[in-house]
Design a binder for this molecule. Sequence first.
Ligand SMILES: CC(C)(COP(=O)(O)OP(=O)(O)OC[C@H]1O[C@@H](n2cnc3c(N)ncnc32)[C@H](O)[C@@H]1OP(=O)(O)O)[C@@H](O)C(=O)NCCC(=O)NCCS
Length: 174
Amino acid sequence: MSARPKTKLAMRPLLPADVPLLAEIFRASVKETGADDYSEAQLEAWASAVEDEDEFGTRLARELALVATLDGTAIGFAVLADNARIDMLYVHPAATGQGVGAMLCDALEKLAAARGACELSVDASDGARGFFERRGFAAKTRNTVALGGEWLANTTMVKSLAATSAATAGRSAS
Ligand SMILES: CC(C)(COP(=O)(O)OP(=O)(O)OC[C@H]1O[C@@H](n2cnc3c(N)ncnc32)[C@H](O)[C@@H]1OP(=O)(O)O)[C@@H](O)C(=O)NCCC(=O)NCCS
């Protein structure tokens, strides 16, 4: 009996060639993971945010984007804006529940703390609220945003990075 090959989860910075696959991950993630909380029309409007892949690529390149890979293939990504805001965090629905989101979010928390942010915020979709709550983010405001002719609700959530900053400083001092 042959042993099942081990899969390897890793993370790296964005490469320009990633953009079409990340757009695909975004669309799949929105449509499958968001289906319980939003209508079909709302999901279409949300997914249309990456319709223009050139614009999406420019947005990713402008900010700090990390790509999660499984055996070398991109399966998720996260974007840090202004060193203090999670602009995007998307995991392909076929790869959820394996620690990919946690790995990416961990990295953004550490990067934001290392760059001097006291807090990290995110406008969390309704389905992702529980994920951020588990990580110590607290809900602050409920928002309704206009997107592609639809209104979508999300929640601004904030996490203090004091503990993360102390750990980062401790490591660099030792
Ligand atoms: C939310 C999302 C990023 C989670 O990614 P993931 O790779 O499945 O998360 P992980 O496997 O790392 O989960 C880490 C922990 O959070 C829990 N968790 C994951 N998703 C959760 C959810 N929606 N609600 C509550 N808990 C959740 C997991 O059970 C796990 O718990 P454990 O540490 O006790 O085992 C992913 O489902 C996604 O891409 N959602 C759609 C896009 C989205 O809404 N993104 C946020 C907007 S910025």
